[in-house]
Write a protein that binds this ligand. Structure first.
Ligand code: FES
Length: 179
C-alpha cells in the first residue's frame, strides 16, 4: 500500500509556512514603518507647536476684589486675553463664569461651550448653563445635562491673592486644564 498524500502534503505545508512568513514579515514591516514615522513625527510636531505654546502663556488675571462677590452667586467676569495683540481691540477681552462657593473658595468655568465654542449663559433661576447655539445644557457644576456637548465646561483655576480674585487665563480656554 502506498501513501500518495505524502508527496503533496510536504509542498502544501511548505507553501503555508511560506505564506505565514510573508504575512509576518509584512506586519513587521508595517509596524517598523509606523514606529519610524512616529520617531520622525514627534520631534517635528514638538518643533512646530513648541513656539506656539510658549507664545501663549497662561496668565493670572484679576477679576475683582473678594468682597465684590456674594457667596452662592455665579457672575460673568471679564478680563484680558493672556496674549493680547496690539490690533486685537475688543477681541482681546475674554470672560469666564465665576462662583463664590463659600467665604474663601471660588470656582470658574470657561465661557465657551465644549461643543463648538459658543458662549454659554448662566440661568440663575434654573441653576443651569445654557448654550444658545445648539441647545447644550450644563448643570451648575459644569457637567453636561443635555444636548450635543460631550464634555463638561472647562474649569479655570482661581486663586485669591492680596484680597483680589484671580483667574488663570489661557489663550485657548476650551482646551482646558487638569481638573
Ligand atoms: S456650541 Fe454649544 S451646543 Fe453647540
Amino acid at each position: 500500500m502506498t501513501d500518495d498524500s505524502h508527496p503533496q502534503s510536504v509542498p502544501n505545508r511548505s507553501r503555508e509556512a511560506d505564506c505565514g512568513r510573508r504575512i509576518f514579515l509584512a506586519r513587521l514591516s508595517l509596524a517598523l514603518a509606523g514606529l519610524s514615522a512616529a520617531i520622525i513625527a514627534i520631534p517635528v510636531v514638538g518643533f512646530v507647536l513648541g513656539p506656539l505654546i510658549q507664545k501663549f502663556p497662561r496668565v493670572w488675571r484679576k477679576v475683582g476684589r473678594v468682597d465684590d462677590f456674594k457667596v452662592g452667586e455665579t457672575v460673568k467676569v471679564d478680563f484680558l486675553d493672556p496674549s493680547p495683540l496690539a490690533w486685537a481691540g475688543v477681541t482681546a477681552q475674554t470672560a469666564a463664569w465665576l462662583r463664590r462657593v463659600d467665604v474663601n473658595n471660588f470656582i470658574a468655568f470657561a465661557l465657551n461651550c465644549t461643543h463648538l465654542g459658543c458662549p454659554v449663559h448662566w440661568i440663575a433661576s434654573a441653576q443651569m448653563f445654557l448654550c444658545p447655539c445648539h441647545g447644550g445644557v450644563f448643570y451648575a457644576d459644569g457637567t453636561v445635562a443635555a444636548g450635543p456637548p460631550q464634555r463638561p465646561l472647562v474649569r479655570l483655576p482661581v486663586r485669591v491673592k492680596d484680597g483680589q480674585v484671580e483667574v488663570l487665563a489661557s489663550a485657548i480656554p476650551i482646551a482646558g486644564y487638569a481638573r
